[in-house]
Every structure is written in structure tokens, then in C-alpha cells.
Design a binder for this molecule. Structure first.
Ligand code: SAM
Length: 283
């Protein structure tokens, strides 16, 4: 692998902040991430944001079923060249925005293993998208800013427990794979990074409609996280009045004085089931 700094300099390119471009410059770190993803020759891998190929090359050494989605057109020809230098000609390269890519079509008839050193500016949005598309995904190994990874891992009752923690816990078993320091990247980010592994639950748990409402309830509850649920849930997200929220909380046996950050995923689910009939009544 050519050092990203050297490659960019050769081509007179700059890493773009708006695309979260901090390239991995440590081959041992890249190999460790790919090894921990447990890819076999039979795996179909989607890499989001391959950049200059730091992860793509070790992935392609493990399986010939690799598709990568890179938004920055400037990097695509560089990546092609890097892969050619390694005699790798089986990687499918898509120049596209992963937020607009049809993940179901990429999966074909096999669940995907997703690997990414995520663009940090949109890593939460990408995680939400992967959760929504998880029927096509077996597992995902994703690098985040450490602070965000800590929020995703946080359990109910902890200060860092957030909307993202509740949604991620609902959808997957999550493993902390490794912390990675700034020296493993070019350019160096100001912060530490963490790789998390997501093993998506195979059964969806609830219907698509209930799941959409669950995500709205979680969003509404955390939108005013300092307020008690009896107040935070009232408003635009759910469109329910104070008395209806009180009724739903009572039905779900959740104290109206509690805050979002104390609720387990099961309690969010009970609350969602209690809210559902009230929404139908309100129509
Ligand atoms: N995988 C490479 C590595 O580890 O060195 C690059 C990682 S860099 C943190 C993030 C990559 O995602 C960049 O190549 C960037 O251009 C790309 N990217 C940013 N936004 C994207 C999007 N919406 N869709 C696809 N790729 C994106």
C-alpha cells in the first residue's frame, strides 16, 4: 500500500474535510480490522468510502466478492491504480453516495459484511441507514470517532446513552473491537477512533410499521433529553397531546417523571405499543 500522503501529493490532491477524509496509513491497523471482521472466501463485502484502498486491499485478499462505494470521483482512478498495482481486478467500484445507494441490490442473494472507516461527518446517518437496511446485512465493522462510539455503546442510565445507543441496541449485538490513535491516519485527526462490530439480529422483532414508530418515539424522547417523558414526548414528532402521552406512559407502566436516558429498549418498545392505538384514534 502506498502511503496516502505520497499518493495525494503525486496527484496534487488534498484530503477533503467535508468528506471526512482521514485515510488509514497503518497497514497493520487495516489488517487487524479486516481480520476481526471474520471474512471468508464466501463472504460478500461492501466497503463504504474505500478512499485509497487501505482496507480494500486486505479485504480483496480474503474474498473476490467485494463492492466499494466511493463518493469522491477524484479518488476512484487512484484507487483503481492502487488495486491494479496489487494485481487485484475483482473489486467492483461504484462512484456514488452511500446514502443514495440501493443496498438491497448490492447484497444480491447474500447478506453483506459491511466494513468502513466511516467519513466522520456523516457516520451517525450511515449507521441509521445500515440499521434500516439490516435485513441485507449480516454484520458491520465500522470505525467511529471514539466519543461517538462511546455513545453508541452506552447503556441506559449512563450520561452518554442517546438516541443512537437505543436504536443500535435494538438492532444489533455490539462489540468494541479496538481503539485506534490519530497516528494511524493521514491527515491525523484531532481525536481518538474506535472500531465497533455490529452483529445484526436476524429477526426484525416487530413489524416495519411498529419499528418506524419506535424510532420516532426514541427520537422524540431524546429530542428534549433533560425533560421528563411527560413533557419531552409532547410535540411535533408524535403529534399527541399531554393527556394522550400520560395515558400511554401509564399503559406502558413507565413513570411520567422518568427521562429518555433511563429507558431500556424493551421499555421503548412497550411505550411504542401503547402509543400506537392512540395515534390511530387521533387520526
Ligand atoms: N477507507 C479509507 C481508509 O480507511 O483509508 C478512507 C476512509 S475516509 C475516513 C472516508 C472515505 O469515505 C473517503 O474516501 C470519502 O471520500 C468517502 N466518503 C465520504 N462521504 C461518502 C459518502 N456519502 N458515500 C461514499 N463514500 C463517502
Amino acid at each position: 500500500m502506498t502511503h496516502p500522503g505520497q499518493l495525494l501529493k503525486q496527484e496534487k490532491l488534498f484530503a477533503g474535510k467535508e468528506m471526512g477524509q482521514n485515510f488509514l496509513s497503518s497497514p497493520p491497523t487495516a489488517r487487524m480490522i479486516v481480520d476481526r471482521a471474520g471474512i471468508s472466501a464466501d463472504s460478500r463485502v461492501l466497503e463504504i468510502g474505500p478512499g485509497l484502498g487501505a482496507l480494500t486491499i486486505p479485504i480483496a485478499e480474503k474474498t473476490r466478492q467485494v463492492v466499494v462505494v466511493e463518493k469522491d470521483r477524484r479518488l476512484v482512478s487512484l484507487l483503481r491504480q492502487e488495486l491494479e498495482n496489487q494485481n487485484i481486478d475483482w473489486v467492483e467500484i461504484l462512484n456514488a453516495d452511500v446514502m443514495k445507494t440501493d443496498i438491497a441490490a448490492l447484497a444480491k442473494d447474500k447478506k453483506l459484511v459491511v466494513i468502513s472507516n466511516l467519513p466522520y461527518n456523516i457516520s451517525s446517518q450511515i449507521l441509521f441507514r445500515l440499521v434500516q437496511k439490516r435485513v441485507y446485512i449480516e454484520k458491520a465493522f465500522l470505525m467511529f470517532q471514539k466519543e461517538l462510539a462511546d455513545r453508541i455503546l452506552a447503556s441506559p442510565g449512563k450520561k452518554a446513552y442517546s438516541r443512537l445507543s437505543a436504536v443500535a441496541r435494538y438492532a444489533a449485538d455490539i462489540e468494541c473491537v479496538a481503539n485506534v490513535g490519530p497516528a494511524a491516519f493521514f491527515p491525523r485527526p484531532a481525536v481518538e477512533s474506535t472500531v465497533l462490530g455490529f452483529y445484526f439480529h436476524t429477526s426484525p422483532g416487530v413489524s416495519i410499521k411498529t419499528e418506524a414508530l419506535l424510532f420516532t418515539v426514541i427520537k422524540a424522547a431524546f429530542s428534549k433529553r433533560r425533560k421528563s417523558l411527560k413533557n419531552s414526548l409532547v410535540g411535533q414528532d408524535l403529534g399527541l397531546q399531554k393527556h394522550a402521552i400520560a395515558q400511554a406512559l401509564s399503559c406502558a407502566q413507565i413513570s411520567p417523571e422518568r427521562r429518555a436516558e433511563t429507558l431500556t429498549v424493551d421499555e421503548f418498545l412497550s411505550l411504542t405499543r401503547a402509543v400506537q392505538p392512540l395515534l390511530q384514534e387521533a387520526l
